[in-house]
Ligand binder design. Sequence first.
Ligand SMILES: [Zn+2]
Length: 190
Amino acid sequence: MVCVGTAATKPNTSMAMAERAICIGCGRDMPVTTTGLRAHKDQFGSRCAQQPRRAHIALPWTAPPLAQNDRQHWRAKAESFARAKSEARWAIRAAHVDPMERAIVTLHYRVPDRRVRDADGPAPTLKAVLDALVAEAVIPADDWQHVPRISIQMHPPQPSMPPALWITLAALPTQSRPARGGSSHSKDTP
Ligand SMILES: [Zn+2]
């Protein structure tokens, strides 16, 4: 894992909610308890143990609307994708998330039961969600430079809770700018 540079985020009180976070000093997963942060800093260095800004967005589904094994005609598939993206956009808009220049995006799925499911089953849904995040200007683009890591996190069923999907974003510091003219997108960040 390559260090992503100096930190650019300010302390965020909502971080107290999270149990783990991505360290913006080194990109590793770390615990956010006081002792956990201190241990991480001792182990990995002085730039470490800084927590990124995070966002949590509830999605309006109890099952992934798009699945890996859908055997639909391409036209029906395109329509399903467009519908899922549109539904995700409404959910993202309702969450009022501040834009992030770079972020790690995770799609979470709490399954309804213990039936065997592939962890990559919701991958097409994640793709629609990424498109929706770009369309709602939460992230400028979903290429690897703006979203260097995506993942799907499956959660076991909870007797008292319905199945659900949600996404989390962890902001990463803006990469050092390439030489002038070397940027692949024209938008200048102040
Ligand atoms: Zn670190």
